[in-house]
Design a protein. Structure first.
Lengths: 202, 202, 202
């Protein structure tokens, strides 16, 4: 199962990098700027998690394939330009898969360090969502995730589910796929039916 | 004395989290966004300090009470909405106390690692102020602390005072409370009499 | 040679700090804000590299001279105000030198940890450029480096050159100065002839 998750993790990285690259093209950044945004979006969440947990040198430094996956994503985006947006639905699906996989990977790493489940949930959500937040900060935008999409909520639900399953002694071979699929489904339904979190009125 | 400081530290965290949550409500962020801003504001300074010093996993991961204090602050802000601003003066007082306590705690941690007093002062100021700077960056605002309030200066004065006291051999049981009170008083007088730092004219 | 590089590194820090301080004056930040921007610009890149690599407490904490160099740069900027811009060409030259030296220093540190040359190049570029990116983020600007100047590209070329030289067995006493000079020359020619990287059109 972890082999499958590893492949999904690389796929998620690829799609997150495309989302970063597209945002850089939109902002009329140059090639370096686009590359920078692709990196930040794809590995910003996991890198922040590693730094907070003290896992250094951060993970991708010891597994160079992530760098090449991101560079490949940028090259693909360059050649297809925004025509890539035609595959919007496919991208969205893999983006959601990335979200689920990053959440679970973040939780796994945190628990392996013997930290509490509250911290594990938080690190799961941060792994999955902070890349997008940093992309918007470096783009000088108000972070989309913080006010519009049910993005973090999907991760949070998946994270909570896996912790409850763990508490109940359900084996990871069941709880991990179920959690990932939960994240994906919540995200898909949220976009389809335009679910949003309540905003507090002043 | 450290027990009292611990309680004041938690109180400071609570009030900083409220300030972050209020800024999220103002920006019309959703519940996740508000929670994110509450966390960043309350623990952003201390977390940055821990990362720079290499204290990882960062402190609050080993003391889960901080997470609950922040969540409690967000819940209180939700239910009172901006009515909480009625207690503006109380909030301001505790915010100032937090500022003083965070400064002293940052200095203490840095010195315990055997680093120099210059670094200790810097880490004291960062512990107390960076949460507010990060709140504004993630809000896509020009950081308030960098151009308006005598905020960092109050921390700097308190930090300098405690280092001088330490140099003169004054026991911490005296120097710590005096420093914290200095930070609080400078902050209060600064707001009351609208003290600002000079701006360089071009 | 490393003694010369150390002096150039301090000079680069000084000039980067001036650039940060000037941006703070332009934004009408107060003295603390200006100091903060000077620090972020001068040591933001190297600090991020150290954190990613797990070199903590970060380097400048153990070599307090960097703090004093930055404070000196801020004091000089205060007293000359923007008259310092008269020396624009001198500043630009030292800024370019800083860029080259920071790149090489970043690579050296990464390779010493036994990490791959891909990561080394990336850390070289981050060491040299991230300070400027963070300056713009905290200034609430769209980062200049990401869309306008051939800044990172110069670093990247120098970084690539030093790695190729290392692969070919060319001694560092030759490859290091050649790399630094390459960075400087690309940067100077880029500004002189207004080279820019292509922007992808949507």
């Amino acid at each position: 199962m972890w082999n499958l998750i590893y492949i999904l993790d690389l796929t998620g990285t690829f799609v997150f990098a495309i989302s970063g690259a597209l945002s850089g093209i939109e902002k009329k950044y140059d090639i370096f700027g686009i590359l920078f945004l692709a990196f930040i979006t794809a590995i910003g969440g996991g890198t922040t998690r590693d730094i907070l947990l003290g896992i250094t040198p951060v993970s991708w430094m010891n597994n160079i394939i992530y760098l090449y996956v991101i560079i490949a994503a940028v090259v693909v985006t360059f050649f297809t330009k925004t025509k890539i947006m035609k595959w919007r639905k496919t991208l969205f699906l893999f983006d959601s898969i990335g979200l689920g996989v990053f959440t679970v990977a973040g939780i796994k790493k945190t628990l392996e360090l013997g930290l509490s489940w509250e911290v594990a949930i938080m690190m799961g959500v941060i792994s999955a969502t902070l890349g997008g937040v940093l992309r918007d900060v470096f783009n000088n935008d108000k972070p989309l995730i913080l006010h519009k999409e049910i993005y973090a909520t999907a991760c949070f639900a998946g994270a909570l589910l896996i912790m409850i399953a763990s508490y109940l002694g359900i084996p990871v071979v069941i709880s991990v796929p179920v959690s990932i699929i939960t994240v994906i489904l919540i995200r898909i339904f949220a976009v389809k039916y335009e679910w949003t979190l309540p905003v507090i009125k002043e």
